[in-house]
Design a protein around this ligand. Sequence first.
Ligand code: ADP
Length: 452
Amino acid sequence: MTTSAMPLLAMALRVEHDIFVVRQRGREVAAAVGLEHQDQVRIATALSEVARDLLRAVGGADVTFAVTADADDGRQHLRIDLAPVGPLPGGRYEPQSGAVARLVDRLDMVVGKGDTVVRMSRRVPVTAQALTPERLAELRAALGESAPGSALDELTAQNQQLIAALDEVRSQRDELAVLNEELAETNRGVMALYNQLTEELEETNRGVVALYGELDEKSAQLRAASESKSRFLANVSHELRAPVTAIIGLGRLLADSSSDPLTAEQARQVGLIRSSAADLLALVNELLDLAKAESGRIEPDWTEVDLRPVFGQLRGTLRALATRPEVELVVEEPPAPAVLRTDEVLLAQVLRNLLHNGLKFTERGEVRLRAERRGDRWQLTVSDTGPGIPAELHERIFEEFYQVPGKTRVGGTGLGLPYARRLVTLLGGSLDLASEPGRGSTFTVSLPVDGA
Ligand code: ADP
């Protein structure tokens, strides 16, 4: 919507010659309201095109020039209305040249109270001298006085404009050529960079592939080494078992009451031989177990296991080991339902091992086993009030043969924990330790409820 305003200039378009006049006046008005030279030419050109169209179609129009304020943005526009003197064919106006509409901001047909006008408008730049009502009145007066020039004058002006326009087109074309050249240059640069990057990427890829190859080879070697270690351990242990068992048997025979009686010293020595042989047999058995677990020859027997009977059994069998009166063995009742999918024998073996360690190393207080359901896992914790383990050894005690130096080095082989961790891993879980010297230790077996 625009506010109506008093026209700056009004004129009639009736004959061919008027087209020149309309064009010339249009340019003058455009200049007067502060439009730039380019815009003046645009307005004048659009105006003469529309004027020609209307003259041919309906024999003429009444032309009015005005400055109006746009209701939407409050900006001032130069508005030119051409009211046709007769009805437009089909009641519509289409410019003959489609390019005309692009010369102005708006070009459309406006139907008002009974009259139809073709209206074009172009925004007036804000930098122009302010178009106050007083200024507009001045312009109106000035335009009224200035007489329109001849068709020749207008033709001359038009020629000059044409030359200027052509000049501009040429300079734009030159600019475009320079830009094109620059673009081609940039493209060449980008292509060179792209090629270089591609090459570097290929190089890197080749390096990565080679590295992977090396890595594969190394892990194959590592696997082979680990396998031969397990094989060696298994073979040696197996070979040792028969003679050690024989020594134990012979010791038992020697000490038997039906054999020849031994002197007290002989009996003591035979006792030493027997207990050393029993230790050796325990070591050999543990080595065999570990070798078996490492070689992947242990296949868990997956079943639904109820923790309550398992805990009950551990309570019974380990009570015999809890010989110190200052240490209490507490096996808590697991919260029902305490069922998970696992291998019962292997799980019991792990828990027995941890409880056994707790009882072995704890001098007073308690060793406690408890089960807790955490989401889709069961957490089985064995905690004790024993000497505890320094943080820097938390991982080392899971290495084969490692034993914490000092007081806790009581018997044992250093194979129990690595074996326990192997088994828990086989069961799809993890075995971790939380401990501090003087504050006891807590071993946590975490197992998935539905197996591996
Ligand atoms: P072993 O008990 O036969 O020596 P393990 O592998 O079971 O072998 O344990 C390794 C070492 O970890 C033990 O020698 C001991 O020093 C330490 N350890 C294990 N359990 C405990 C515990 N509950 N409290 C303190 N130290 C422990």
